[in-house]
Design a protein around this ligand. Structure first.
Ligand code: DC
Length: 168
């Protein structure tokens, strides 16, 4: 069984996916964490969001350290800002798309997998039969993102987070 969970930012798709994974004993991949892990890997080589070398990003995406996907630092603003820029590069998307698809089809995941993130149902796993789209009220999503930032050790104002999400 392969489940694709798409949804608006901070709508709770990660939380839902983890619960589905626990309930059905599935492997779980938060696909946004791949983009964030790549951003963190780049940050550690001195990249910042105003100075992104496309060739280097492509090279790093081919040797992405998947262990970084679980690092708390991937939730910081500086990582998110690089992640959103590199996510716009077609070659990076293609490389990470391959990783996502191979996770979904990995036969060592006996009962299957749940993948959440942008474009999962439409681009990454268009043929999967179980597709969910999660949304929540702006205030609820902003509260969730605000807590996430605090957990990552960021100082943030709820008002700014709310405005930021409203503009997306
Ligand atoms: O969902 P998130 O905020 O953790 O995603 C991090 C970044 O990666 C964000 O800029 C969107 C991008 N992303 C993407 O382009 N495709 C995905 N499947 C998941 C995330």
């Amino acid at each position: 069984m392969i489940i694709a969970v798409d949804g608006s930012a901070a709508s709770g798709k990660g939380t839902l996916s983890k619960r589905l994974a626990n309930y059905f004993d599935l492997a779980h991949l938060d696909t946004g964490s791949l983009y964030r892990a790549l951003a963190l890997q780049l940050l550690s080589t001195g990249t910042n969001s105003d100075d992104i070398d496309e060739n280097q990003v492509i090279k790093e995406s081919l040797r992405l350290d998947l262990g970084l996907c679980s690092a708390p630092e991937i939730r910081t603003d500086s990582v998110a800002s690089i992640a959103s820029k590199i996510a716009a590069l077609p070659e990076v998307r293609a490389n990470l798309l391959a990783l996502q698809r191979s996770f979904a089809s990995d036969s060592s995941h006996e009962n299957g997998a749940v993948l959440d993130g942008r474009d999962i149902g439409s681009v990454v796993l268009p043929k999967t039969q179980i597709k969910l789209f999660i949304d929540a009220k702006l205030e609820v999503r902003a509260k969730r993102r605000f807590k996430e930032l605090l957990r990552a050790g960021q100082s943030a104002m709820f008002r700014d987070v709310l405005e930021d999400m409203r503009e997306r």
